[in-house]
Write a protein of this length. Structure first.
Length: 337
């Protein structure tokens, strides 16, 4: 008589779910671990635009630098990539993260924010002296660290009413707040930031790449031998000598008249204001001739930027603001067409 024996199937052992433990971020222990995290960011499609490179290897390398910079500040990788941006080839901190690092350090005693009297009218009518003052009190120190930023500072930095700076157009007071906060934090809490700069400040400073190479003349035994030979001007051909006749000595009918003292009268020179206004008129004319968004962007770079700078240098801030608005309106019309 045979007995039926049931064969027990092996069941996979499940790990019990635990709760109540301390939440901690995943921190890589080796360079290989950090490199594997860069693959995870890329596969998840969570690579911020400032980390995108020309090829996948460059993107992974930038992500690697962001993770390593975060580890130096004691920040987990995911938080680091979200709050550290690569601007002008340098790691920078978002404004929110700078405040978080200062507050977490335990050295901040008090924050004071003071705005000037509220301005009236449109943004173009705001006075240059209107601004915000932020005082950060550090523990065990008597005097606070003060940061201040005004509308005049924004105008000089070409941020005010700049259509290419969308946050400054939509949230000008918030942007002024972060600028003042950044100044105070960098002055009084640079140790908390490990000397890093704030993203909003670096982003508003265009990268300037110099094509000139460093001079090594001082390394030569005879510095003068390494200098390029001076260029000799080409000799101009001898001018033909014309015979002077009595008729040639008579003044031409359209020659300018001379004054009482024998000085030829000349048309008056343009004042800086007149020159700036003439350049602004040319810029407006060029804007009206544009037919595509690409054309209007080129016209802004070639004509409007220089004209606005001349207007502000001549004290014509209102006309510079109107020219900026003219570009913004023309760009919006072409985009809607």
């Amino acid at each position: 008589m045979t007995e039926n024996k049931e064969v027990a199937k092996a069941q996979p052992q499940k790990t019990p779910l635990q709760a109540g433990g301390k939440i901690a971020g995943i921190v890589p222990q080796t360079l290989d671990d950090a490199w594997r995290l860069t693959d995870a960011f890329m596969h998840a499609g969570m690579v911020p635009s400032s980390y995108e490179g020309k090829n996948p290897d460059e993107t992974r390398a930038k992500l690697m630098m962001g993770i390593m910079q975060g580890m130096e500040l004691g920040i987990p990788p995911l938080t680091a990539i979200k709050n550290i941006a690569i601007i002008n080839n340098r790691p920078t901190l978002w404004g929110d993260l700078t405040v978080a690092l200062v507050q977490e350090s335990g050295t901040l005693a008090k924050i004071e924010v003071e705005w000037d009297a509220p301005p009236k009218g449109d943004l173009s009518d705001w006075d240059d002296d209107f601004g915000v003052t932020i005082r950060l009190h550090r523990k065990e120190q008597d005097e606070p660290y003060v940061g201040r930023f005004t509308v005049g500072d924004a105008r000089r930095a070409k941020l005010w009413l700049n259509p290419r700076r969308d946050p400054w157009m939509k949230y000008p007071k918030r942007m002024m707040h972060w600028r003042a906060m950044g100044f105070a934090i960098r002055d009084g809490f640079a140790d908390c930031l490990a000397g890093m700069q704030i993203r909003e400040e670096v982003e508003d400073q265009p990268a300037q790449e110099s094509d000139r190479k460093a001079s090594m003349v001082f390394l030569e035994d005879d510095p003068t031998a390494a200098l390029p030979a001076p260029e000799t001007p080409e000799e101009a051909p001898e001018a033909e000598v014309e015979e002077i006749t009595p008729e040639a000595t008579e003044p031409a009918p359209c020659a300018p008249e001379k004054g009482a003292e024998g000085i030829t009268s000349q048309p008056p020179k343009e004042t800086p204001q007149e020159h700036a206004q003439r350049m602004a008129q040319r810029a407006r004319r060029k804007l009206t001739e544009c037919e595509t968004s690409k054309d209007i962007d080129a016209a802004y770079r070639m004509y409007c930027e220089g004209a606005c700078e001349l207007l502000r240098g001549a004290g014509l801030n209102d006309e510079a603001d109107r020219l900026e608005r003219a570009y913004s309106d023309a760009s919006a019309e072409l985009a809607a067409a």
